[in-house]
Design a protein around this ligand. Sequence first.
Ligand SMILES: Cc1cc2nc3c(=O)[nH]c(=O)nc-3n(C[C@H](O)[C@H](O)[C@H](O)COP(=O)(O)OP(=O)(O)OC[C@H]3O[C@@H](n4cnc5c(N)ncnc54)[C@H](O)[C@@H]3O)c2cc1C
Length: 370
Amino acid sequence: MLPDVLIVGAGCFGAWTAWHLRRAGLKVTLCDSYGPANARASSGGESRIIRSGYGPREIYTDWTMRSIPQWRALADRIDPGLFVQCGALFLAPGEGGFAAATEAAFAKYHVPYERLFAPELRRRYPHFQFADHEFALYEPQAGGALARRSIQSLVRLMISEGVIYEPRAVTSADAARAGHTVYACGPWLPKVFPDLLGRRILPTKQEVLFFGPPPEHVATLGPQHTPCWMDVATGMYGFPDLESRGFKVANDNRGPQVDPDTQERTVSDDAVAHARRYLSWRVPILANAPLVETRVCQYENTANGDYLIDRHPDLRNTWIAGGGSGHGFKHGPAVGEYLADLILGTGEPEPRFSLASKPEFAEAGALSSM
Ligand SMILES: Cc1cc2nc3c(=O)[nH]c(=O)nc-3n(C[C@H](O)[C@H](O)[C@H](O)COP(=O)(O)OP(=O)(O)OC[C@H]3O[C@@H](n4cnc5c(N)ncnc54)[C@H](O)[C@@H]3O)c2cc1C
C-alpha cells in the first residue's frame, strides 16, 4: 500500500511536491501556518523569472527545461496569464566566462537562444542603455511567472482533486507519525530544525521596487517590448510592467539576516536611491518615475546556493526541501518531481542537493543566484 504524506509548507516547493505525490496516487495533506504563498513566504511575491541560463551549474538548466512545460500546463489549465513568455536577457560583461559556460549548457539541453552584442541590443531595446562591451544571451522561451497567483491557483486545483489542505503550523514533533513528512518550510527551516539547519540556511532581506512608467512609455515597458533581464555585473535584475503594477527592479546582492515571522516589510531609502541611480543609467525614461509599489521578501540561502532536498538524518521518513537561495521558484515543478521520486523509491539522489554538501555559513563565500 502507498504511504500517506504530510507536507509542511504550501509555498512553491511544497505545493509542487504535493502535486507530484498526488499524481502518483498518494494521500496528501498540505499544511501552512500563514496560507499558500502568503505575504511572508518567499513564494508570495508578484512575479519570478523563469530562465535557463546558469553558467556552469547546468543541472539547473536541465531543471528549468523540465519545469517550463509544467508551468505552461498550469497556466493553460487555469489562466494563460500566469506565465508571461516575454523572454529573458542575460547581460554579461563580455562573451567569455559565465556566458560561455551558459552557452555550453544551452547547447547540451537544447535551449533556444540568441547572442546579442551592443549594436543589436540597442536596436531591439532603444529604451535601455548598453555599454559597448556588453554582451547578452536572449532566451525567447523564458519569462515571468505570476508567483503568488500561480501557487495559490495550484493549491486550489489540488484541493479540488483530493489533496487535503489544513491551515495550521506543524512542529518537528509531528514527524513521529506514520507515513512520510516533508518539511518545505523555506526560510523557516532554520527555526523548525535549529540544530541541523540554524547555520546552514540563512534568510536575508530582499527589497523589490516597482516604478510607474511615464504614460507615453507604458506600452514600451510592457512584456511585448521589454523582456525580463539580469545584469550579471551589478546583480540588478527586473521585469517588464506585468499586470500594470510597474517596472520591477531588484538587487540580487544579499541584504541583512532577517526573521521571516517578524521582519517589517518596508524598503530602505538606500535601496530606492540605489535603484534610481541604476535606472537613470540603464533605463533613462524611468529616471524620474514614481515608486508605485514595494515588496520585501527574503531569500532562504544555503552557503553554496544549491538546494537542500534530502532525508532528515535522524528522523524516520522525514524529508527536507528548501534552500531556494533566490532562484528556486522556477524549479518548483522539477523539485516536486525529484522529491516524489525519492519518496517513492524510484529516483537517484543527486549529491548537489544533499545535506552533506551544505557547508555552514562561516565557510561561505559570496552569494549569488545568477
Ligand atoms: C525578492 C525575491 C525574488 C526572487 N526571484 C526569483 C526569480 O526571479 N526566479 C526564481 O526562480 N526564484 C526567485 N526567488 C526565489 C524563490 O521565490 C524561492 O526560492 C521559492 O519561492 C521558495 O519556495 P519555498 O516553497 O521553499 O518557500 P516559501 O515560499 O517561503 O514557503 C514556505 C512555506 O512554509 C510555511 N511554513 C513555515 N513553517 C511552517 C510550519 N512550522 N508549519 C506550517 N507551515 C509552515 C510558510 O508559511 C510558507 O508558506 C526570489 C525570491 C525572492 C524573495
